[in-house]
Design a protein around this ligand. Structure first.
Ligand SMILES: Cc1ncc(COP(=O)(O)OP(=O)(O)O)c(N)n1
Ligand SMILES: Cc1ncsc1CCOP(=O)(O)O
Ligand SMILES: [Mg+2]
Length: 506
């Protein structure tokens, strides 16, 4: 069933922001948007002419109607026009959180506008938000101005952004996304920040030069809400929101005399619309004065893969490497997880030799030093390895680099290194490795493939068996990687033939 997301927000008669923007953005991400309207604004592209707050009775009637039949997995809150509204919404959300079988996630996009022109500048409104609403908020998405109004911190640089986020968390908010669309630092760039579960994430891209930016805030938080409902973790929802807004800004047009609305397109499938994940040591990281560790080593642009990866066998012994190569599996990975195995080096050397004998590509998982020493075709590394492996040594030695990714944030982080292939997983639950909370499913794979296929060979891994191989291949992914589908098959030789046939490998 499609996920339900509520938007509790104001109506923009010009159609560019508020409820109208929320519904369009939610639709683009395949969720059912429901609404509880808090205010009716009379506005056009030139500005807000009047604002009529909806009575709390009428708001409550909308909420009760939705609650009795269409409970939300995520509730997005936008404009709240007065203290009474804040109290009412907080009371309801508090009850949902305590009594619903699946408590909703709450995304709050503070909107600094009200009858007086600027609700967040009124002390009692800000007090009511801090006392009643913020402690119930899972993700807050203020822009620079709203952050300043709520925290009193002026966002003059990255440390100030961190300080403001800390203040918002002190009000009881779980996670913070601060939209940097309004600061021009570094010059010509748009930098956004996210704090979630004790980690910070920074995204950046060149500013998009258009005056037609109306509704970007509402739309971004609605994409975040819809993506959370779809099961994306916040760091991925944050990226999808940015990419959607970037695509929308590029196609935004004027409808009136003034500022036009950000365009609503579709799930972003063009890599050029995606922001950069900012890491220490990168140019943007240096501009933001990120701490660079002593052992920092970065390399990008690894040797390309010749031909198609095809069926990719991931196995843990030399016997399996040989069986797979002998039966014409063209890509094989030796994955020995016991770093203390007394035969580790010998096994790696032998696997590489077998690759040369049978003309197959042999990747070595984890043990990049031994892979270099014995001249492997490539190495396969995880995201955590990126901080410790000597990437320059791997690149200089001409080895291919395959990288694991679990979601859009990791995919973009991997993209910073321009590896030789990108693997995406786990597609389905697996017993081979603990992938709790990391199961991607086919829908996410369908989004990942078109995004990355023009840049890299793509690989899908995790829980893929003969019954599932063809639906995975149908996503257009370049390669299907399996462990148990071969190693636990009654006849591994026949399994190889069947798997190749299922994925259309000649
Ligand atoms: C093709 C392929 N994809 C993903 C993985 C997982 O690698 P990693 O994240 O390094 O985890 P471990 O395999 O080391 O447990 C892989 N090995 N191969
Ligand atoms: C190593 C690895 N990385 C992500 S899932 C996985 C295991 C895949 O094993 P299987 O094909 O048996 O599900
Ligand atoms: Mg590994």
């Amino acid at each position: 069933m499609s996920k339900v997301v509520w938007s509790i927000a104001g109506s923009d008669s010009g159609g560019g922001a508020g409820i109208q923007a929320d519904l369009k953005a939610m639709h683009s991400f395949g969720v059912q948007g429901c609404t509880a309207i808090t205010a009716l604004t009379a506005q056009n592209s030139l500005g807000v002419e009047s604002l009529n707050a909806v009575s709390t009775d009428v708001i409550e009637a909308q909420l009760l109607a939705l609650e009795s039949d269409m409970k939300a997995s995520v509730i997005k809150i936008g404009m709240l026009a007065n203290v009474q509204q804040i109290q009412l919404i907080a009371e309801h959300i508090s009850r949902y959180k305590q009594s619903w079988e699946t408590p909703p996630t709450v995304v709050y996009d503070p909107v600094a506008i009200a009858t007086s022109g600027d609700a967040l500048t009124e002390e009692d409104t800000v007090d009511a938000l801090k006392t009643h609403l913020l402690p119930l908020v899972d993700v807050i998405t203020p822009n620079t101005h709203e952050t300043q109004l709520l925290t009193g911190v002026y966002l003059i640089g990255p440390d100030a952004v961190r300080e403001a986020a800390e203040k918002l968390r002190a009000f009881g908010v779980q996670s913070v996304v601060i939209k940097g669309g309004h600061w021009d630092y570094p010059k010509g760039y748009c930098i956004d920040y996210c704090w979630h579960q004790d980690e910070e994430y920074w995204l950046g891209n060149e500013s998009i030069n258009t005056p037609h930016t109306h509704g970007t805030g509402c739309s971004l938080s609605s994409v975040i809400a819809a993506s959370l409902a779809k099961g994306y973790p916040l760091k991925d929802a944050f990226i999808l929101g940015k990419a959607y807004i970037n695509a929308g800004l590029k196609s935004a047009v004027r409808y009136g005399e003034g500022i036009g609305p950000v365009a609503h397109t579709a799930f972003p499938h063009n890599i050029v619309d995606y922001p950069q994940v900012i890491e220490a040591g990168s140019w943007l990281g240096d501009e933001l004065e990120f701490y660079v560790p002593d052992n920092y080593n970065y390399a990008a642009g690894f040797a390309p893969i010749e031909g198609d990866l095809g069926l990719y066998a991931v196995v843990d012994t030399i016997d399996w490497v040989e069986l797979c190569l002998k039966h014409d599996v063209k890509t094989v990975q030796l994955r020995i997880k016991d770093a203390d195995s007394p035969t580790l080096e010998q096994d790696i050397a032998k696997a590489i030799e077998l690759g040369n004998t049978y003309g197959g590509r042999v990747f070595i998982n984890d043990h990049w030093q031994l892979a270099i020493k014995h001249g492997a075709y490539g190495v396969h590394l995880g995201q955590e390895d990126l901080n410790v492996a000597d990437l320059n040594a791997i690149k200089q030695a001409g080895l291919r680099l395959g990288l694991s990714t679990h979601g859009f944030y990791e995919m973009l982080r991997a993209h910073n290194y321009r590896p030789s292939y990108l693997a995406f997983g786990a597609i389905y639950p697996t017993t081979t490795k603990d992938m709790t909370g990391q199961i991607q499913g086919l829908e996410k794979l369908r989004h990942f493939v078109p995004l990355m296929k023009s840049e890299y060979p793509t690989v899908a891994i995790g829980g893929i068996d003969l019954g599932r191989a063809s639906e995975v291949a149908d996503t257009g992914v370049g390669s299907v990687a399996v462990v148990r589908a071969i190693t636990e098959a009654k006849s591994p030789e026949q399994a190889i033939v069947n798997l190749k046939q299922a994925i259309g490998e000649p």
